[in-house]
Design a protein around this ligand. Structure first.
Ligand code: ADE
Length: 250
């Protein structure tokens, strides 16, 4: 999958493609990361990319011509890619959206706005989808694009070391991930749950289901509204309730 970022600040994005799992995915030819400077497509002497808003008001608006030329250039390099505008007005990004984007065969082109936004005609003519990473306003879309690329790239088979690594992610199946431990066995007086040292795979699986469920129950009970409890989950919660009852009455 090709990830292309259109931005006025390519230096923000370059190092992101050069580190960690993303750079490994690029080295393994599983993904491609490229950055296009919108300013390179401005045709005037001063390389102007913004102008005052019609109707007055504060701030500047990104001009349509350089943006259009940049998007068309990106589409030529990566045909049939989906054009995504990063904006707080877009639909909210989620793990489900990350999975949907990762299952696309084509590439993704991210348009990162700056200033007070971009000329509406670009959205109308060239943008397939608008995405927000949350209800807050940043100075530009670059961080949002990196958030999305990171979340999508790690779901592409082979990008993470083990192909199972993303299966137990938080939010997959609307549950948080179970608690994890590594060495040492004792740290600042705290141990590791004995079952994880037992080597009994079925017991470990059950413990993890319970941990995942308890954490979801305590930290993000709203997730239960999205998908109902399975029979196994109901049994686990009943058992937990019995244990808590014993604990409280002691
Ligand atoms: N640009 C500025 N704020 C943003 C947000 N919350 N999400 C996506 N793009 C943005």
């Amino acid at each position: 999958m090709d990830f292309t970022v259109l931005t006025l600040f390519p230096d923000l994005i370059g190092p992101f493609f050069d580190h960690g799992m993303i750079s490994r995915g690029i080295e393994k030819n599983l993904i491609k990361g490229q950055c296009i400077n919108i300013r390179d497509f401005s045709t005037d002497r001063h390389k102007t990319v913004d102008d005052r808003p019609y109707g007055g008001g504060s701030g500047m608006i990104m001009k349509p011509e350089p943006l259009q030329a940049a998007v068309e250039y990106a589409q030529k390099k990566s045909p049939e890619s989906r054009v995504i505008l990063m904006t707080p007005q877009g639909t909210r990004f989620s793990q489900e959206k990350a999975q949907e984007l990762a299952s696309q065969k084509t590439g993704l082109i991210f348009v990162c706005g700056r200033y007070e936004g971009l000329d509406e005609r670009i959205t109308t003519l060239l943008v397939d989808e608008e995405i927000s990473i949350g209800d807050y306003v940043m100075t530009g879309g670059e961080l949002a694009a990196m958030v999305i690329i990171d979340a999508v790239a790690r779901l592409i088979p082979g990008v993470l070391g083990s192909c199972d690594s993303s299966k137990s992610d938080s939010f997959t199946d609307d549950r948080l991930e179970y608690a994890q431990y590594t060495r040492p066995e004792e740290f600042n007086g705290l141990g590791v749950p004995g079952v994880l040292l037992s080597g009994n795979h079925e017991k470990i699986r059950q413990w993890r289901r319970t941990s995942s469920l308890q954490r979801t129950f305590l930290k993000r009970p709203d997730l239960f509204r999205k998908s109902t409890l399975t029979t196994e989950e109901k049994n686990i919660l009943m058992q937990w309730r019995r244990e808590l009852g014993t604990f409280v009455s002691e």
